[in-house]
Design a protein around this ligand. Structure first.
Ligand code: SF4
Length: 269
């Protein structure tokens, strides 16, 4: 079966399998992060969504994963565990006009396969649409189904956000959107740190980022913590040659500063 929206990802790090849902089959995102791994990324929104196709593909993949045929054929022993279903495609998933319907469909599919509440339902988002009522409803629905929002916050100053995410965005608006997401569904901040022209982020850049997290805590935004990582796979963007992964000790040092603020941190090199 050739699949349009649904794909399996085997992760040694997570010791299991994630089922990804790609709503952005046109490789379109409203941001253009320098580290983005989407090839031929264009600016825009997710295209119209065929819900019946998504339902059929998800049903097929969940059947394969739970009955073991897929696992036994393609997944090494020790990794045959279904970890989560994640909206994590080639663009911003919440830009899809039918994102709420897609979330409800995924929750129903998990229920049919006896997985609702047993595995996670994740959305990886840049948070741009978190204030929209339909996205809010979708996040609330996810909260009732062991859901998590992974909310991208890479930098704390407008000029750094412009350079890294290629979007003009104020820290104040990020906090507003973050508060909206976290009040609806358990939310992790997800942060990617990279070198730029061979240098790690400057002290001021890091301080501004930490200040944004501090402000989130002052505003009592109920964050689960921070998922901190660097470049795992090569970027497909024009800035690819200017960026590189940061060493684990650098990430761990930043992680310690985040923990000192009172937030849990998971560091992935
Ligand atoms: S928000 Fe995600 S999909 Fe969009 S450009 Fe950034 S990394 Fe790529």
């Amino acid at each position: 079966m050739g699949l349009t929206h649904v794909y399996p990802v085997v992760s040694r790090r997570a010791a299991g399998v994630s089922i990804g849902i790609n709503l952005n089959t046109n490789n379109a995102c409203n941001w253009a992060c320098v580290y983005c791994q989407v090839p031929n990324l264009t600016r825009g929104s997710a295209p119209d969504l065929d819900l019946e196709l998504l339902r059929a593909e998800l049903d097929f993949m969940l059947s394969e994963a739970t009955r073991g045929r897929f696992m036994e054929t393609y997944v090494a022993e020790g990794l045959r565990r279904l970890n989560d279903v994640a909206f994590s495609g080639n663009g911003e998933p919440t830009s899809a006009r039918l994102f709420e319907e897609a979330v409800n469909l995924a929750i129903a599919a998990l229920e049919v396969h006896g997985l609702k509440g047993k595995i996670k339902l994740v959305v990886i988002t840049n948070g741009s649409f978190a204030l929209q009522p339909d996205v809010q409803r979708a996040f609330h629905a996810m909260a009732s189904a062991n859901g998590e929002v992974w909310f991208k916050v890479d930098r704390g100053r407008t000029e750094d956000i412009q350079r890294i995410n290629n979007i003009h965005l104020s820290p104040g608006l990020i906090l507003k959107r973050l508060a909206a997401a976290a009040s609806a569904c358990p939310t992790w901040v997800q942060t990617c740190m990279v070198t730029w022209d061979g240098a790690p982020p400057s002290g001021q850049e890091v301080d501004a980022y930490l200040d944004l997290l501090r402000q989130a805590l002052v505003r009592q935004i109920p964050l689960r913590g921070v998922l901190l990582y660097s470049l795992a796979r090569p970027s497909h963007q024009p800035e690819a040659a200017r960026i590189a992964a940061l060493p684990l000790p650098w990430l761990e040092a930043l992680g310690a500063r985040i923990e000192a603020l009172g937030l849990a941190v998971k560091v992935t090199p």
